[in-house]
Design a protein around this ligand. Structure first.
Ligand SMILES: C[S@@+](CC[C@H](N)C(=O)[O-])C[C@H]1O[C@@H](n2cnc3c(N)ncnc32)[C@H](O)[C@@H]1O
Length: 299
């Protein structure tokens, strides 16, 4: 059977899955049916996971506080806390997408699909419907298949609802649960005599120092606005510039740790196809066909 292009998230409703995938509700229902997915069991597991995770974050939270935070009734919270999940809902002929013994439901660290990686980060680490904030929104390519972030900023806003990055400083410190950053990774020095497809004025740095300094300052900026155990999703890649390898991903990891983050996950996006430049030069290093999505937690 041909692999379905649908990126299914059990934490979302059928309608939300349909919206994110730009398909009809019946297409999602078809996906659920053909993959034998047990929605009821998935729902029960998702609720249980969200309660456990909230209790872990706020150990002294009362039932009423958990109920308000998770929009669940106090009775439901009580039932789950007492482990009273109704086992009669389990249909032995169907599968749970949380079942890690089933290869097709396992979230993989590697993908050729950025939408799949972002959706999996939301599901696995953010545990919410959408990201709180994107600091490098650009034209929002990240949000073609996942919900728009609540707050959108960019140093060079290109859309009406995107705020200039300077305004992000006004956000209260420690108030955000999740932030996304995707800085340019192209350096366009003064001596460039070929036109890089990505090297436009928004998407490049004029030298390596500017690239490294910006990575550092954005890591620090996000840190100040994230709540304790808040999550930063940082896309980056290594580059070769002027014949020199720049291990930017290494730099970002090390600097993030110095700033006070912990790396809790890493996804690798690989490019199946890549535009080839014909510069008639001898190849000295492996051509990069991958980039990274780091998931950092504020310690
Ligand atoms: C690769 S694009 C982001 C694409 C975006 N993730 C999307 O889904 O469309 C990089 C963004 O970083 C912003 N940027 C460029 N230089 C910057 C700098 N020095 N500091 C902060 N942001 C910068 C650009 O305006 C651009 O929108």
């Amino acid at each position: 059977m041909r692999k379905s292009k649908i990126i299914y998230n059990p934490l979302l409703s059928v309608k939300e899955n349909a919206e994110n995938n730009h398909v009809s509700i019946s297409a999602i229902r078809w996906y659920i049916r053909t993959n034998g997915i047990d929605r009821k069991r998935d729902n029960a597991i998702a609720i249980s996971k969200s309660i456990v995770s909230y209790k872990k974050k706020y150990p002294t939270a009362t039932i009423s506080e958990i109920s308000t935070a998770l929009s669940l009734s106090e009775n439901t919270i009580r039932k789950y806390l007492q482990n009273e999940i109704n086992t009669s809902i389990i249909d032995k002929n169907k599968l749970s997408t949380f079942d890690l013994s089933k290869r097709k439901f396992i979230i993989s660290s590697i993908s050729d699909n950025q939408d799949e990686i972002l959706s999996n980060i939301l599901r696995l680490h953010i545990k919410q419907y959408r990201f709180d904030c994107d600091l490098t929104y650009s034209i929002g390519v990240f949000y073609k298949h996942i919900p728009q972030p609540q707050l959108k900023f960019d140093k060079y806003p290109q859309m009406d609802d995107v705020r200039p990055l300077d305004e992000f400083y006004n956000i209260e410190d420690g108030s955000l649960h999740s932030i996304v950053i995707d800085l340019p990774f192209v350096i366009k020095g003064k001596d460039v005599n070929y036109k890089s497809m990505m090297a436009d004025r928004f998407n490049c740095f004029s030298n390596a120092k500017e690239l490294y300094d910006t990575n550092t300052s954005m890591l620090q900026l996000a840190y100040s606005k994230l709540s304790q155990r808040g999550i930063l999703v940082f896309k980056t890649m290594d580059i070769i510039y002027g014949g020199v390898q720049h291990w930017i991903a290494n730099y970002v990891q090390n600097t993030a740790v110095e700033v006070g983050y912990k790396l809790i996950d890493m996804f690798i996006l690989y490019a199946k196809t890549k535009v080839l430049t014909n510069m008639n030069t001898t190849q000295l290093h492996a051509r990069k066909f991958h980039s990274y999505f780091f998931v950092f937690e504020k310690k």
